[in-house]
Design a protein around this ligand. Structure first.
Ligand SMILES: N[C@@H](CCC(=O)NCCCC(=O)O)C(=O)O
Length: 256
């Protein structure tokens, strides 16, 4: 029987019942367990307290989640304002270290929503905030609804770049994706390739150029419908296959 794959998932920091919690929504964790067949390992946002490289050497993949919080604009050279809030600086520190560490060792990397934005910032790009207020841009925010599944149900089309990594995964030149964000990639980081765009030009998916394995960012939420939507499932299956290949290559490598 093949070894189970371990996927690191950085936590958000939240205040709850007088404590600081390091937590991750269970939709991401269930997509990993049920669709990717992986064991998620939630990583506390305590990057200064442990060796991030040592952690990455023990897992088979890294998945970055979405969050209502935003990457702090200090990280991409923009003056902070209330339009950039809320922040989660502990998550920012952890995710930047994880992204650099993962790319360095070609660890399979799936970055979702805030994660996709973090990937762009970590590699030197910038973000735009409140994009719905800019001329010609769509409103990419979630609808107001008490039911989470309704918030995640509204979809729009994105064009998938021909010949790219995402096209190979989903097997289509257009897919429909959900949308729950108010920031987006502004200046694309050097070293990232655009894999999909929305009708208003929003960069919806990117990949790391020259990556030996899977290194994909998506602005939407494949985790939410991974059990029922073909394109969402394809992304998790491709990520899982890359994690499995990584795990077996490491198991076969001579120990030094
Ligand atoms: N905060 C960023 C990233 C958006 C994101 O990750 N959304 C996750 C879902 C949040 C929700 O439930 O509303 C941005 O706004 O662009």
């Amino acid at each position: 029987m093949s070894l189970p794959i371990l996927v690191a998932v950085p936590a958000d920091v939240r205040a709850f019942e007088n404590y600081r919690w390091h937590a991750t929504p269970d939709t991401y964790l269930k997509a990993l367990t049920r669709v990717a067949g992986a064991i998620p390992v939630i990583v506390p946002a305590l990057a200064d307290e442990f060796d991030v490289a040592a952690l990455l050497s023990r897992v088979d993949g890294l998945m970055m989640t979405g969050s209502a919080s935003n990457v702090h604009p200090d990280r991409y050279g923009v003056e902070p304002s209330t339009a950039h809030e809320p922040f989660d600086p502990a998550r920012d520190r952890l995710t930047e270290a994880l992204i650099h560490g993962a790319i360095e060792i070609d660890l399979p990397l799936l970055c979702i929503c805030r994660g996709h934005q973090e990937l762009n910032v970590a590699l030197g790009g910038t973000l735009a905030t409140e994009i719905q207020d800019s001329e010609g841009r769509m409103d990419h925010r979630a609808i107001k609804h008490e039911e989470q599944r309704e918030r995640f149900a509204v979809r729009h089309p994105v064009s998938v770049a021909a010949g790219g990594a995402l096209a190979a995964i989903v097997g289509d030149d257009e897919i429909r994706v959900n949308s729950l964000h108010r920031q987006a990639i502004d200046r694309l980081a050097p070293g990232l390739a655009v894999e999909a765009t929305a009708e208003d030009g929003t960069i919806e998916a990117v990949s790391v150029e020259g990556a030996k394995g899977f290194a994909l960012g998506v602005q939407w939420h494949p985790e939410y419908w991974a059990e029922s939507d073909a394109a969402s499932a394809a992304i998790f299956h491709a990520f899982a296959a890359a994690c499995r290949a990584y795990a077996s290559a490491r198991a076969d490598a001579p120990r030094g």
